[in-house]
Design a protein around this ligand. Structure first.
Ligand code: AP5
Ligand code: MG
Length: 218
């Protein structure tokens, strides 16, 4: 399972990426988390990007791409990845494709969570209360949304033209969003377990649906 997640700040990328990663036993590679970890550890890179994060600006493409490359190389021996928060610019989209393709790890699907902007600010302010992320102030949240609209949203058309974009309604309870994602992955034939030697009839996917929040079959 090789997935890219692109969606506005607060749309639920991290929340859903965690579920996909856990279920399909693939790493959740979140560029925002990696950058915050550098800041928290006070590394040179962390000092370089802290201002960008605090202001809600994108960090330079080359910084993110170097991190993504390293993460992909580490994930090479596994079952894939969920990349959360990248690409965010057209050059990142092209470079991500090229570098993943060279590693034989090109994404199979790009997941987009659709959600009204008005809901995003409320969600992130609510998160600010318990997580205290330095960029979860109203002013910075609004700026992050503007950056998303201007720079990142246009990338979606690029993936749509390549027929690998799936948009899911992100304005639903977490488990319903997860259920729709699983339905989309299943419809595309991506949710099947990688066990070609096992007859398909023996696969029991009911647990899979439950893990993604669907009601168990009676
Ligand atoms: P990043 O960490 O990626 O932040 P973001 O895009 O602003 O998104 P968030 O992490 O805030 O939201 P999310 O979509 O993950 O939602 P979540 O699941 O947490 O990036 C931070 C910064 O790093 C950037 O501004 C930039 O500076 C830099 N950066 C990162 N990647 C970069 C790149 N590629 N290039 C350049 N710079 C980069 O959910 C949000 C809240 O809502 C949570 O409290 C959650 O519990 C709740 N929630 C989730 N789903 C639901 C639901 N269905 N219903 C109700 N509540 C929900
Ligand atoms: Mg996130």
């Amino acid at each position: 399972m090789r997935v890219l997640m692109i969606a506005a700040p607060g749309a639920g990328k991290g929340t859903q990426a965690e579920r996909i990663a856990e279920h399909f036993h693939v790493p959740h590679l979140a560029t925002g988390d990696m950058l915050r970890e550098h800041v928290a550890r006070g590394t040179e890179l962390g000092r370089e990007v802290k201002g960008h994060l605090d202001r809600g600006e994108l960090v330079p493409d080359e910084v993110v791409l170097a991190m993504v490359r390293q993460a992909l190389v580490s994930a090479r021996s596994g079952n894939g990845y969920v990349l959360d928060g990248v690409p965010r610019t057209m050059p990142q989209a092209r470079a991500c494709y090229q570098m993943a393709a060279e590693l034989g790890m090109a994404a199979e699907i790009v997941l987009h969570l659709r959600i009204e902007e008005a809901l995003l600010v409320g969600r992130l302010l609510a998160r600010a209360a318990d997580q205290g992320r330095s960029d979860d102030t109203e002013e910075v949240i609004r700026h992050r949304i503007e950056v998303y609209d201007e720079v990142t949203r246009p990338i979606l058309a690029w993936y749509r033209e390549r027929n690998i974009l799936v948009s899911v309604d992100g304005d639903q309870p977490v488990s319903d969003v997860a259920r729709d994602i699983l339905a989309a992955l299943t419809a595309l034939g991506l949710a099947e377990l990688p066990a070609p030697h096992r007859p398909r009839a023996a696969l029991d996917l009911t647990g899979l649906a439950t893990a993604f929040g669907a009601a168990p079959h009676p």
